[in-house]
Design a protein around this ligand. Structure first.
Ligand code: RB5
Length: 150
């Protein structure tokens, strides 16, 4: 089973804890980067740590939870090698793995109920990159990283 690195800000804390418990129950090795309470924190501080851990433990996958998933994904995508996708439905979550080889799922705790969030996490973790024509497209993303990221 793939290792899962999970993190949230204060807005995502409660959902992150619920998802972590379910992942552990399913037998996943889960590394929790925090946050550890509903005390306000800045989402970039968590997103960058989760991104680093995902890259250091490849083929680990990351899950980021904030109010919308957006700030977390914007931050994580600044790290070369990270493809973070905001997915607030299962179709997108599956496609993010199958087509985009996303290695981080970002979700919004202020958008999703727990059961929907759990369905999205399961869809993301159970899907695999399909390669083929999608690999060519992901390679183009990598080429852009090489060109524009200093
Ligand atoms: C925190 O209030 C909120 O801005 C954050 O959780 C997230 O939604 C940012 O994208």
């Amino acid at each position: 089973m793939v290792q899962v690195v999970i993190g949230s800000d204060h807005a995502g804390y409660e959902l992150k804890e619920q998802l972590k418990e379910r992942l552990l129950d399913c037998g996943y090795a889960v590394r929790d980067i925090g946050t550890v309470s509903i005390e306000p924190v800045d989402y970039p501080d968590i997103a960058v740590e989760v991104a680093r851990e995902v890259l250091n433990n490849e083929p680990a996958l990351g899950i980021l939870v904030c109010g919308t998933g957006i700030g977390m994904a914007i931050t994580a995508n600044k790290i070369p090698g990270i493809r973070a996708a905001v997915c607030n439905d299962t179709f997108a979550a599956r496609a993010a793995r199958e087509h985009n080889d996303a290695n981080i799922l970002a979700i919004g705790a202020r958008i999703l109920e727990t059961e929907s969030a759990w369905d999205i996490v399961k869809a993301f973790l159970s899907a695999s990159f399909q390669g083929g024509r999608h690999a060519r497209r992901v390679d183009k993303i990598r080429a852009l990283e090489s060109r524009y990221f200093k």
